[in-house]
Design a protein around this ligand. Structure first.
Ligand SMILES: [Zn+2]
Ligand SMILES: [Zn+2]
Length: 382
C-alpha cells in the first residue's frame, strides 16, 4: 500500500510499504478514507523529536473496517469508524478509569500512553496510508452513523482535535456563563473555541497572530485578539471589566513564539500570559504539547523541558492548572452525536482536502503556517 513516510527533518515521501495484517485476534484492519495532518505531526516533521525515519505518520484517522480478527465482536467489515489518536487497551488500571491517553498496555513498560504514528508513543504505524492496523479494535473503534461518508471531514475531527479542544475546557474547569480565553488559534484552539461556545460560554476570546486563523475564530462568534498588534493580557482585562477571564486554555505548546517577523521561540510566553489574563481562583487547561527534553530549542531551559514560569503570581492568584493529552474516548461519542444532530460542525476549519500523493507538498505549506492552510484532510484511495 501507499503511505506517508518520515525521511528526516522536513522530508516526507509517499512510499510503497507492506499492507498491515491482523497480528492479534483483537485487531482490525481499517481502509482509511480521511486522515488529517496535525500540528503535532509538524514537531516530528521538523526533526524536533526522535521520531524514527521510515515510520508512517498519521494519528487522526477515519475509514471503513476491512477485516477483523477472530476475537472482535462489536465491529464488522463495512462499518464506518473513527479511531482515537490514543492507542489504548480498555482493561488496564488507567483505561478502566477513563484515562485512555495514559494506557499502560500501549507503550514500553514505565511509559503510559500510546498513539498512532507518534514519537515516543509506542510502535504503532500511523494512518496516513491506505490501510491501518487497529489494535484492541472493539474498544478503540467509534462507530459512525449512516451519514459518515458525507460528513467525514466533521467526524474525522473526533480522532483528536475536537476532543482535545473540548478537553482543554474541561481541564480548565469551564462552566456555562464563563468568559474563556484561548491562546492559540490553530486547529486545537479553534476546536476549544467551538467547544466553549457549545458549552455556553458568555464570551470566548482567542489570541493568535495569524489573520486567517483569527478570522475563523471570529466566524464562530469569538473575539479575535492579534498579539502582534496589541497586548493580549490588557485586551482580556478590558473585555472582562478588569477581572480577567474565568478560565484559560493553552493550545500552543512548547514552540510558542513572538509574532512575525521575528518568530523567535519564547517557550514561557503563553503560560505566563495565561496566568496574567485569567482571574484570581480561575483555572487553566494545558493541551498544547510540551516535551520532557527539546534538544533543538533555542533556549537553555527549554532544552531540558523547563520554562521560566510565573509560579509566584499563579500561586498568589489561587489558580489551578491541569495538563496533558486528551483521553479521546472520554468525549468522542458525545461529540459524534453533536455532529450527527447538527449542533457541532468542526469541519469549519478545513482549508484543504487532498490526495495522499499530495502530502509532501501539504506538509511544506502547513509547516510554514502559509496563509490559508488551516487544516489539511488527506483522502487515501481517491
Ligand atoms: Zn493531532
Ligand atoms: Zn489500557
Amino acid at each position: 500500500m501507499k503511505a506517508v513516510v518520515y525521511r528526516g527533518p522536513h522530508q516526507v515521501a509517499i512510499e510503497d510499504v507492506p499492507d498491515p495484517k491482523i497480528e492479534r485476534p483483537t485487531d482490525a484492519i481499517v481502509r482509511i478514507t480521511s486522515t488529517n495532518i496535525c500540528g503535532s505531526d509538524l514537531h516530528m516533521y521538523e526533526g524536533r523529536t526522535d521520531f524514527e525515519q521510515g515510520r508512517i505518520f498519521g494519528h487522526e484517522n477515519l475509514g471503513v473496517v476491512q477485516e477483523v480478527g477472530p476475537a472482535v465482536e462489536r465491529i464488522k467489515p463495512g462499518d464506518w469508524v473513527c479511531l482515537p489518536f490514543n492507542v489504548s487497551c480498555g482493561h488496564c488500571v488507567n483505561c478502566e478509569r477513563g484515562l485512555t491517553a495514559f494506557c499502560l498496555s500501549a507503550n514500553q513498560p514505565g511509559i503510559a500512553g500510546g498513539a498512532f504514528g507518534f514519537a515516543d508513543m509506542g510502535p504503532w504505524p500511523g494512518g496516513q496510508a491506505e490501510y491501518l492496523r487497529v489494535p484492541w479494535a472493539d474498544f478503540m473503534s467509534l462507530k459512525l452513523p449512516p451519514d459518515a461518508a458525507e460528513k467525514q471531514t466533521d467526524y474525522v475531527m473526533c480522532a483528536d482535535i475536537f476532543p482535545t479542544g473540548w478537553h482543554a475546557t474541561e481541564l480548565a474547569g469551564m462552566r456555562p456563563g464563563d468568559a474563556v480565553v484561548i491562546y492559540g488559534s490553530g486547529p486545537v484552539g479553534l476546536m476549544a473555541a467551538h467547544s466553549a461556545m457549545i458549552k455556553g460560554a458568555r464570551s470566548v476570546m482567542v489570541v493568535d497572530c495569524h489573520p486567517d486563523r483569527l478570522k475563523l475564530a471570529e466566524s464562530i462568534g469569538a473575539v479575535a485578539i492579534d498579539y502582534s498588534k496589541e497586548d493580549p493580557v490588557q485586551r482580556v482585562m478590558d473585555l472582562t471589566h478588569g477581572m480577567g477571564a474565568d478560565v484559560g486554555c493553552e493550545c500552543v505548546g512548547y514552540q510558542c513564539h513572538d509574532p512575525a517577523p521575528h518568530r523567535h521561540e519564547h517557550p514561557n510566553l503563553t503560560m505566563n500570559n495565561l496566568v496574567s489574563s485569567v482571574k484570581f481562583t480561575g483555572g487553566i487547561g494545558v493541551v498544547g504539547v510540551f516535551v520532557p527534553e527539546d534538544p533543538g530549542a533555542q533556549d537553555e531551559l527549554a532544552k531540558q523541558g523547563k520554562i521560566a514560569f510565573d509560579w509566584g503570581k499563579c500561586w498568589f492568584k489561587g489558580q489551578h492548572i491541569a495538563t496533558g493529552q486528551c483521553n479521546v474516548k472520554a468525549y468522542n461519542r458525545q461529540l459524534r452525536d453533536l455532529i450527527d444532530a447538527g449542533r457541532a460542525k468542526p469541519s469549519f476549519i478545513v482549508s484543504h482536502e487532498l490526495k495522499l500523493d499530495e502530502a509532501p507538498d501539504a506538509y511544506q505549506h502547513f509547516d510554514v503556517r502559509e496563509h490559508g492552510w488551516t487544516k489539511v484532510v488527506l483522502h487515501p484511495g481517491v
